[in-house]
Design a protein around this ligand. Structure first.
Ligand code: SF4
Length: 311
């Protein structure tokens, strides 16, 4: 993993990409048409209590838009908006290893059609990989930067059960072990702050565990209530209260303090379009959230890894 410079308070993904590729790299999110076993009845029909995948992947949701066109549009947007010269395709929506290897290969192989694509990122559940799938994904590492993005959200069994994740922490550890055996695949873990019933201590235990695992990347975001979800029902019944911004700020900063300093922070808040979002509305002001996190880290003279312990 590349080193961050001293003056940075957390290791931003943009910085990592610049160091790795020497130029601006833009991540293009796509919806390759996969399903999720936690929604289609294989594990459950209801999904995670906060899941309406539309809200998580709205950037990639282009109805009836073929994969190739989604990538072309994403590249075009990245070039114009961010002056990016290279691109990573992020298979984001739902569970992007939930198919037979030949189907997966056909989908992933689309990156070979674009000369400026330098990487592939695959979002999935820890219980949706096996040796054959990992071997397929590993085959891309010879020419591409390859990230597996595992949704974990919390290390705590009671939380995973309550939010109906449909997999265990042990399955996550098995997935990490199997992925690590393919030495060049990088691992990013998705974590949600503000899950029902989670105390600050529980959140920090999750951070410490990820630090011990020395994962390559982490994505953090606040639990947000999307219209039409089970979480919205709980919210309306007074059974769930979303984090206030100040609470999220404190939790995020402490979370960062306990992480391994070399873990790349791929995301530190979330996007959700106003029309889908019930709460917390402060999340809509993404730039202000990012700025406040940055400023507060400075004011508190703290940084990612400040409390990192190797054991
Ligand atoms: S694993 Fe992802 S896609 Fe599947 S139900 Fe949970 S949030 Fe939705």
């Amino acid at each position: 993993m590349l080193q961050k410079t001293k003056q940075e308070r957390y290791y931003k993904f943009s910085k990592y990409l610049k160091l790795r590729f020497g130029q601006r790299v833009h991540k293009v999110s796509v919806d390759a048409g996969f399903s999720c076993p936690n929604r289609d009845g294989e594990i459950s029909k209801t999904g995670c209590i906060y899941c309406d995948n539309l809200g998580f992947s709205f950037n990639s949701r282009v109805p009836s838009c073929p994969l190739q066109l989604q990538i072309e549009k994403g590249i075009d947007y990245g070039r114009k908006r961010f002056k990016a010269g290279k691109f990573i395709v992020y298979f984001q929506a739902y569970t992007n290893t939930y198919a037979k290897p030949d189907v997966l290969k056909e989908k992933y192989d689309i990156i070979k059609k674009f000369k400026d694509i330098v990487g592939i990122a695959i979002g999935t559940r820890p219980d949706c990989i096996d040796e054959e799938i990992l071997a397929l994904i590993n085959s891309y590492t010879a020419e591409y930067e390859v990230w597996m993005e595992y949704g974990l959200q919390s290390i705590h069994p009671q939380t995973l059960e309550f939010i109906n994740r449909g997999h265990t922490f042990e399955q996550f550890l098995e997935a990490i072990k199997a992925t690590r055996e393919k030495k060049d695949i990088k691992i990013c873990v998705h974590i949600i702050l503000g899950l029902p019933g989670e105390t600050k201590q529980m959140v920090l235990e999750t951070a410490k565990t990820l630090a011990l695992l020395k994962v390559d990347g982490v994505k953090i975001h606040p639990l947000h209530i999307i219209k039409g979800t089970k979480l919205e029902e709980m919210f309306k019944q007074g059974l769930y209260k979303p984090l206030k911004f100040e609470e999220y700020l404190d939790l995020t900063i402490e979370f960062l303090e306990y992480l391994w300093p070399e873990t790349v922070i791929q995301r530190i808040t979330a996007d959700c379009p106003r029309e889908f979002l019930v709460e917390p509305l402060w999340m809509l002001e993404k730039n202000k959230v990012l700025e406040k996190i940055e400023n507060t880290l400075g004011q508190r003279n703290t940084f990612q890894g400040k409390h990192y312990r190797n054991k």
